[in-house]
Design a protein around this ligand. Structure first.
Ligand code: ADP
Length: 342
């Protein structure tokens, strides 16, 4: 089977990449109360206790680490926690912080109890990570002033803040950093019913009619991920508008998903390319991530962060110490005969 590249149209409407105006819409679709945050019941229950206990003790919240695949709602949850506690949330990300002074100036500008949200915290430079240790534990930072033998260390007192870290790769966090989080929550993929609820709420906000059959189809194709579900909804709305319709029905949903190259279990062209290359070029694996990346002309990190978690979740791929393997399910879903192609 030949490896097919994405068509231009598919790329334009891609569900896994973002476009400018979509980001504004994403912001509007973000729930800002814990009760509007669909699913993740265990995490929500634990958070309620954490928040209530801090309120009763009249203390700031413990530091929280949220981990899980992209688009599962880590940033949304951090903002909701801020709103529930009634404090400001300052948002930054690991790669955006370059110098020790960057962290020092952000934290010193926080008020007592405020939240610092660091997205992609696993991408923080080691020197900055070390600064966080004392900031999180002692609410102080030791800054080095000057250079050489005349250099002096100055201890800077910080307000008692809460750090919420988010990561897609918890294993890349050093254990001293991980251990300083009082609460660590893993966000799970959502059920189809939960995704259905999320897009029904989003369709209301977008003021667009979403028929129940269409909602079920979009929910099934959304990789169990709210961000992708909302994006598919918006693409379906675009499709309906361009065809002079003011609602998303089964026909619109079918045509739109077809145009995006998304199948009935939410796999897109890139997912298929990854599995097909493992089957065709590497006899089903095991094969290393970099070899797959080279064949499908995709960045290894994107494969690992964006595509692989869902393929693993679907049971189409397995990760072993020797590399990635296409499962029997992948062979049958893509129409390959395992005995012939192995
Ligand atoms: P992450 O930070 O994990 O990448 P985000 O918090 O940015 O994910 O979530 C992406 C989008 O998905 C948000 O704009 C929000 O609209 C939606 N979303 C995420 N989780 C939920 C949820 N539990 N309930 C409703 N909408 C959600």
């Amino acid at each position: 089977m030949a490896i097919k590249r994405n068509t231009k149209e598919t790329k334009l409407m891609s569900a896994t990449t973002s476009a400018g105006s979509d980001e504004v819409l994403d912001f509007n679709l973000r729930p800002n109360k814990l009760d509007d945050y669909v699913g993740q019941e265990e995490v929500k229950l634990n958070l309620k206790y954490l928040i209530e206990s801090a309120r009763l003790r009249k203390e700031h919240l413990d530091h929280i680490l949220l981990h899980g695949a992209p688009g599962l709602g880590k940033t949304t949850l951090a903002n909701i926690i801020g709103a529930e506690v009634g404090v400001s949330v300052k948002v930054t990300s690991g790669p955006a912080l370059e110098k020790q002074g960057d962290i020092a100036s952000i934290i010193t500008n926080l008020r007592e109890g405020d939240i610092l949200f660091i997205d992609e915290i696993h991408r923080l430079k080691p020197a900055l990570e070390e600064i966080l240790y004392s900031a999180m534990e002692d609410y102080a930072i030791d800054l080095v002033i000057g250079k050489g033998p005349a250099a002096k260390t100055m201890r800077l007192k910080l307000p008692k803040f809460t750090l919420i870290g988010a990561t897609t790769k918890v294993s890349m966090l050093s254990s001293p950093l991980r251990d300083r989080f009082g609460a660590v929550y893993k966000l799970q993929f959502y059920s189809i019913e939960e995704i259905g609820k999320i897009i029904t709420r989003s369709a209301n906000i977008l003021n667009f009619d979403l028929e129940s059959e269409a909602a079920a189809m979009i929910a099934k194709s959304a990789r169990q991920t709210p961000r992708i579900a909302n994006r598919l909804l918006k693409r379906a709305r675009d499709y309906a508008l361009v065809h002079g319709k003011n609602n998303i029905d089964k026909v619109v949903a079918t045509k739109c998903l077809q145009m995006l190259g998304i199948d009935e279990i939410g796999m897109d062209e890139s997912d298929r390319q990854i599995l097909i290359s493992i089957i065709e070029k590497f006899r089903g694996g095991p094969v290393g991530l970099n070899s797959i990346a080279a064949i499908v002309s995709e960045d290894a990190e994107t494969i690992e962060d964006v595509y692989e978690p869902y393929l693993l979740q679907l049971g189409m791929m397995e990760r072993t110490a020797r590399g990635r393997i296409a499962t029997d399910l992948a062979y049958s879903h893509l129409g390959f005969n395992k005995t012939k192609n192995a």
